[in-house]
Design a protein around this ligand. Structure first.
Ligand code: SF4
Length: 345
């Protein structure tokens, strides 16, 4: 059985080559083809001798994800259903807005956390994605962005299917490859955001990785009681653990944290909810993104009324919280997290 060459780090690849009596500099060349240029055919690695190309083809495989479905929304949002090597469905989205082209990517197939308002919560977690599968989403979405918008992606958010910090090692590996200027895609850390539902111990680890990426917390409720109703993770990671972990992230990186807050009518959109949310914004600089709910089939939640949303925002601003409303995008193409994969299953 051939091993997928994309699972090796550069150091592991050098060891693999040396154990086959292939000089280490060849491993560096192959690594660059794989990660700077996403060349997935040894025969196209033009600075390798033909004999080496054949040897590598005999001894290694190169796996990839492929584009399965593309849906284009009237608002410009593009949703892509990808197929993995083991025939699973994952999804990524390109969100164009002004001069920003943001790719939202997945980190797991399904999700183990089952937040009650989320379509991905209905998909049992099948497995974690490999770093190269995360990288492929970015690369392929970037190609699509160049074709459709004549623009490269400007921002990457780990906000699609899955909880990135429950696939910690592969997510960190993918972040390093995306960020690596010489042997990766060279995407600036400031343009990458990891969004977590609040895995406190891994927020602390991530702070200490030396990556200068941004962090977003999917907060969605500002008290433990309310959060427990909609987000199971709050049982093991209550706010008393998550907020200090975020403070540590800020203290180490000095990057402003953002809170994602989906307004659900009658659930978390009262004035009292807004005041409680403001108290969670006091320990370190926070930006609050209020998100309009993208309805999910068979889920008993509704989008907040406009007057409730406006009042919520007004209370936050009166308490000096920086906040804005993010309109829901791609409603006509199931662009909410997990919605497409749910339908193509
Ligand atoms: S909101 Fe995120 S963490 Fe929660 S079920 Fe959906 S994908 Fe998983």
């Amino acid at each position: 059985m051939k091993v997928n060459i994309r699972e090796y780090s550069k150091e592991e690849l050098i060891q693999q080559f040396e154990s086959r009596k292939i000089p280490g500099f060849r491993a560096k060349q192959v690594y660059q083809w794989l990660w700077s240029h996403r060349v997935l055919d040894f025969g196209k690695m033009s600075n390798l001798p033909n004999t080496l190309q054949s040897q590598l083809s005999d001894q290694f495989s190169i796996e990839e994800i492929t584009v399965d479905i593309i849906q284009r929304s009237q608002d410009g949002t593009i949703k892509v259903g990808f197929q993995t090597f083991d025939q699973e469905a994952i999804e990524g989205v390109i969100i164009p807005k002004d001069d920003r082209y943001t790719a939202c990517i997945s980190s797991q197939i399904g999700c183990s956390l089952a937040c009650t308002f989320c379509a991905t919560g209905f998909l049992a977690r099948k497995r974690n994605l490999f770093a190269w599968e995360i990288y492929d989403q970015v690369y392929l979405l970037d190609e699509l962005s160049k074709l459709d918008f004549e623009q490269s992606l400007t921002n990457i958010v780990y906000m699609g299917m899955g909880e990135p910090l429950l696939n910690y090692d592969e997510v960190v590996k993918s972040l390093r490859i995306l960020n690596d200027e010489k042997e990766g895609l060279g995407i600036g850390a400031k343009r990458i955001t990891v969004s977590t539902s609040g895995v406190a111990r891994n927020i602390i680890r991530l702070a200490d990785e030396g990556l200068k990426i941004n962090l977003a917390l999917s907060l969605h409720a500002s008290s433990n009681d309310k959060r427990l109703e909609i987000m199971d993770i709050n049982k093991s990671n209550p706010l008393e653990l998550v907020i200090p972990a975020l403070k540590h992230f800020y203290d180490v990186t000095k990057n402003k944290i953002s809170y994602e807050y989906i307004l659900l009518s009658g659930v978390n959109d009262s004035e009292e909810d807004a005041r409680e949310l403001a108290t969670l914004c006091q320990d370190f600089p926070v930006y609050v993104n209020i998100i309009e709910y993208n309805p999910v089939d068979d889920v008993p939640y509704h989008k907040s009324k406009k007057e409730h949303r406006d009042k919520f925002l007004e209370v936050l601003r009166s308490l000096k919280v920086q906040a804005k409303v993010r309109r829901s995008r791609g409603k006509d193409i199931d662009a909410g997290c997990g919605q497409l994969a749910n339908k193509v299953k």
